[in-house]
Design a protein around this ligand. Sequence first.
Ligand SMILES: [Fe+2]
Ligand SMILES: [Fe+2]
Ligand SMILES: [Zn+2]
Length: 492
Amino acid sequence: MLKREEWLDLARDVDWEPSYVSEEELFPPEIAGRPWLSREDWAGWDEPYKTSFPEYVTKQHEKDASVYAVRDAVGRVEDYEKLDPAWANGLKLHAATLPLAEFAAVIGNLRAARFGRSSAWRTMATFGALDELRHTHIPLVVMHELVRWDRQFDWTHRFYHSNNWVAIAGRHLIDELLLASNPIEFAVATNFVFETGFTNLQFVGLAAMARGAGDRLFEKMVTSIQSDEARHAQIGGAVLRILRQHDPAYAQALVDKWFWRSWLLFAVVTGFTMDYFTPLAARTLSFKEFMQEWVVGQFLQSLEEHGLQKPWYWETFLQSLDYYHHMVYASAYTYRASVWFNFVVPSPDERSWLRQKYPRSWGELDGIWERVSERWGQADPDNDFAVHGTAIVSFCDLCQLVLSNGTPARNSAVVVEHAGKKRIFCSEPCRWIFEHEPERYASHNEVVKRVLAGEAPANLVALLRRYFGLSYDDWGKDAYGGRYPWIVRPTP
Ligand SMILES: [Fe+2]
Ligand SMILES: [Fe+2]
Ligand SMILES: [Zn+2]
């Protein structure tokens, strides 16, 4: 019998030279990606995390068994009823945005499993596709149990099939990142930027907070998923190394584009959860501190190792660490009926924690919560629309999210004329991404344009019901109906 080290390198890289078609017919550049290099150029493709199929299957079986054991122990509705209501809403946000994005990642990996230019890469991408199928399956199974408790968990499966504004933004990103990109762009964007740069933060950081919040199942689920991500993310560096040698400007442009796009998504999903939905006692670090440790520190180091620069908008990004997710959260609180999860008003203790963690920006943001609290003081409990916006808000023509970049005093939205049409962008990086590849994005309409074109109703409640797919039972409300111990109401 050969030892593992003697056969593995050969087995994971079994390849053959095509004889009755050309290499270019087998891997057309339109689908395999550009730059279209020769076989020899890809021959040195190598990633450090080598595994064989039997090893993979054995390990994954063990991982699944341990997730399901925790689910059997603490995954019932009675267990969830004990959790902090704010945390449960962070869960709904993750539950909706995660599983079907993972399913789109199955497709992205399968494209690389067929059209990746090195056979070792194709082998790894096959494992990656199996991983992502598991990441689709686990949250769907876990959250399904909770639908009978709280209808908002139904959005776990419904979200990406809806025209909810967050789903429109989510699809705009996920479809391009995971369904539409060729294997080269997929490897840099998904495996390198998204998985190495951001998923680490998301899963490692959130697992610690989930433990603090008493949600052992979420902790187990994300830790289990992360162990797969850490393996297949290795594809990214291996592809980037070869791309960087042949087309450094393209490599840099892909990193710049996908870092910004990924950042906006993570700021919303992880930023909300870490700084607003996690009980104060369980917050080990602020979202910004996590970003500084995992993204600013580690990701910049790996960029440097690849001979790449920081993205050109780095200063803008650093400023947005202090503001962006806070501004989107405040904006979304004010339009909470337009989403499928509930919100909380930060308490006086949470506000002083935020002031201490965000000394540069919180002074400008705190007044919003002062006013929201005053409005609740004048409104009856559960009368959500007394503390809610009514006019429709505007969205960015690239990221499709609300125009909440810059600072409260100086919103960074810019209007640009492109091919005779006015476009609005939340930030200079979003504008740059659009102008760099207008043919990719120009035909897509954000929500306000759909309203103006008569495709979606202009009245807010009609928009929520008829276009966003919400009903009174599942649209977002204040998690406490405005009943906070620090809110003083005049005695009737
Ligand atoms: Fe995944
Ligand atoms: Fe992944
Ligand atoms: Zn934008």
